[in-house]
Design a binder for this molecule. Structure first.
Ligand SMILES: [Zn+2]
Length: 353
């Protein structure tokens, strides 16, 4: 059945690169018609790129070339999934430290990554970062026959974490605890850029003061700028290539904790990561989150964490609540499935829309 709804998976190429035929067949058999294939991760491109940095072990041979060919041959639409600003690549960090974000403590994330070792992020205010990013996307589109380009980690580091993740980092679950070490970016470019417009150095702004919210908004605007630029570059290259992004679950959360003002982004569709348990919510909340996204006039395809679905009933309920509230389909995270025994449940759910 072709309904215009998206039936999709985010796909990790590493475990399937050896045997793309088998896995693409399995994806098709479940009834999916699109995949978001990880093509550039935090380390770099998963193929021998020239312009952008390359992940370890793929300098010689592409991890995604055969999968893309096989998927296209089987009639799947292929979106290249791109990790945008989170770049824990050692070579880049050593050579271009000034491209990376700086915390309120004045420390570079290269030396002091927040939360986890891999939290090394490029600064969206930096013009060199902007051209590096668009050059990377340009090269990707010229290398592969793609139906879409999909952004992930298109944000600053989390100034606050979703509730259920806080205890893992020694934070209180019930309140937003502000820490200077989680507050980015205070690099020269960001400070000077804000000061030029508002006449005050961000270091002088107190957390929670009125000016603070302008500073917050200014940072969100830098992300929006990168996204608008990305959309322009893609459409200029080929107007039929779709643009999309894996954004935080709701516009409210996304703006408040990771500076994504995604209701203002010009993309063709949005795959919000409505991973309910990270927010301490149940499956029904997936519908509420969808509704919040739909209400800002965007095309929403609910991103559902498959790991949090533990039975056939869970799969059914998650898909139903998403579609009832206006989702334009469903995208499951992640293939290969964490619960392969629920393959038939996915097939049945996909067959109903
Ligand atoms: Zn900066």
């Amino acid at each position: 059945m072709t309904s215009g709804y998206k039936k999709a998976f985010w796909v990790n190429p590493r475990p399937i690169a050896q045997n793309p035929e088998k896995h693409v067949r399995e994806i098709v058999e479940m009834g999916a018609d699109e995949i978001f294939l990880l093509s550039i991760d935090g380390e770099g491109a998963l193929y021998p790129a020239k312009f952008s940095v390359v992940a370890k072990g793929v300098a010689e041979r592409s991890l995604i070339g055969d999968i893309i060919r096989e998927a296209k041959r089987s009639g799947l639409k292929v979106h290249a999934w791109v990790v945008a600003l989170n770049k824990p690549n050692d070579e880049l960090a050593a050579k271009r430290k000034d491209w990376f974000v700086v915390s309120r403590e004045g420390k570079s994330c290269v030396d002091n990554p927040p939360y986890v070792e891999s939290y090394k992020w490029l600064c969206p205010s930096n013009d060199e970062v902007k051209s590096y990013f668009t050059g990377t996307i340009q090269e990707l589109m010229e290398t592969y026959d793609l139906d879409g380009v999909h952004l992930d980690y298109i944000r600053l580091p989390d100034i606050f974490l979703p509730e259920a993740l806080r205890e893992r980092y020694g934070l209180e679950r019930e309140i937003d605890v502000y820490r200077e070490k989680y507050d980015f970016c205070y690099c020269e470019k960001c400070r000077n850029g804000f000061k030029k417009e508002f006449g005050i150095d961000p270091f002088e702004i107190r957390f929670g003061s009125r000016k603070w919210y302008e500073w917050h908004a200014w940072r969100a605007e830098r992300i929006t700028e990168i996204v608008k630029n990305f959309h322009r570059v893609v459409k200029k290259y080929d107007n039929t290539i779709e643009t999309s992004a894996a954004v935080f679950a709701t516009p409210g959360y996304a703006y408040r904790i990771v500076f994504q003002k995604w209701c203002e982004w010009p993309l063709d569709s949005f795959e919000p990561m409505i991973y309910h348990e990270y927010y301490g919510k149940n499956i029904r909340w997936i519908g509420e989150a969808v509704m919040e996204g739909v209400s800002c006039g965007k095309m929403i395809v609910a991103g559902i964490q498959f790991e949090f679905l533990r039975s056939k009933r869970d799969v059914e309920e998650a898909v139903n609540v998403a579609l009832e509230r206006g989702s334009n389909g469903v995208c499951f995270f992640l293939y290969p499935l964490q619960h392969p025994e629920l393959k038939d449940a996915v097939k049945e759910a996909f067959s109903r829309f």
